[in-house]
Design a protein around this ligand. Sequence first.
Ligand SMILES: N[C@@H](CCC(=O)N[C@@H](CS)C(=O)NCC(=O)O)C(=O)O
Length: 207
Amino acid sequence: MIELYGFATPNSVKVPIALEEMGLSYVLKPVNIRQGGQKTADFLALNPNGKVPVLVDGALALSESAAILVHLAEKTGRLLPRDGADRARVFEQLFFHASALGPAFGNAGFFKRLATEPQPLAEARFTTEANRVLDRLDALLGERRFVAGDDFTIADIAHFGWLWRREFPGMTLDGRPNLVRWFDAVAARPAVRHAIARVEALVPQAA
Ligand SMILES: N[C@@H](CCC(=O)N[C@@H](CS)C(=O)NCC(=O)O)C(=O)O
């Protein structure tokens, strides 16, 4: 049985969404990153980089959400075109996510919410970059139904993870109608709703 180590986080949620979309059974293993679960010896033995998500599929323990999405797509033959330009467009968006959207959102959120002292230049830099990336995606979705073309792919799952958690970096979809149309369509998919419910159930409720 596939095991997924994760929490209700932007990078973790991508994996159960893919598993649900692909009809794969899995066990969800909570790693509470608010309590340092990602730095325990047991977890570091799985992922020495100390971050979620981690997928365990037989003998393979795999980190990095984009690599996990590709692994699952290749295992099932789903949500990733087999070859040609359509496949290249999916990788273009996966790399755009991993090198641009993810770091901009993560760092904007850190400097807005978690930095122990104000860092206005860093906050402005990452907020500007996050907004620029969102504007780029809104323009792209004016030309395409999904981020890599006409069909829903693992690239949509990658972008959705951080857009689902956009409050953390203080981002909004306001004034970006194509992005709103896309976000609502992805959020309404039964597999997406089920995956979100499963990761949200991992978060302990305050008494
Ligand atoms: N590039 C990695 C990023 C993973 C990542 O930053 N995970 C966050 C949660 S979304 C985490 O584990 N944070 C805890 C920490 O950095 O200590 C991926 O896409 O999987």
